[in-house]
Write a protein that binds this ligand. Structure first.
Ligand code: CO
Length: 152
């Protein structure tokens, strides 16, 4: 188990950069994924994107209480509904705010072996997908927060 330092929105410019597509599905990628999952659990988070540990690659991990989910090069194939709920971020410690997100999403991407996969997320998992995929484009939840709802 290897924990990585979680980058902070006020100190680390990497959180505002666009991540690159993963092309090599090798042992190095598997190690990054393992470290991301360990770091997410240690920090008691429900999701983590690679730029949050300073790696500008399109990798996300999540666990909303149903076991770890890993997705590489994720792309939305469907987003339906809209729901406002409270959100926070490990890179924005101490702050929470309301964000509108779709209630049901379908996302395609690759697993750690490079195989095409399609995943479905509802409710909290849909929210986690949206939040983590935003990280891959340098977007933070504070950019989308409903005005006047940011607290901390
Ligand atoms: Co976040």
């Amino acid at each position: 188990m290897a924990l990585r330092e979680i980058k902070h929105y006020k100190k680390d410019a990497c959180l505002r950069k666009k991540s690159k597509v993963v092309e090599k599905f090798d042992d190095k990628l598997k190690l990054i994924i393992e470290d991301m999952i360990d770091t997410m659990y240690q920090a008691d988070g429900v999701g983590l994107a690679a730029p949050q540990i300073g790696i500008l690659r399109r990798i996300i991990v999540m666990d909303v209480g149903e076991g770890p989910v890993v997705l590489i090069n994720p792309e939305f194939t469907r987003q339906t509904g809209e729901e406002e709920d409270s959100e926070g971020c490990l890179s924005v410690p101490g702050l929470r705010g309301m964000v509108k997100r779709p209630v049901d999403v379908e996302v395609k991407g690759k697993n750690s072996k490079g195989e095409e996969i399609m995943l479905n997320g509802k409710g909290l998992l849909a929210r986690a997908f949206c939040h983590e995929i935003d990280h891959l484009d340098g977007v933070l939840f504070i950019d989308k927060v409903v005005p006047g709802t940011l607290e901390g």
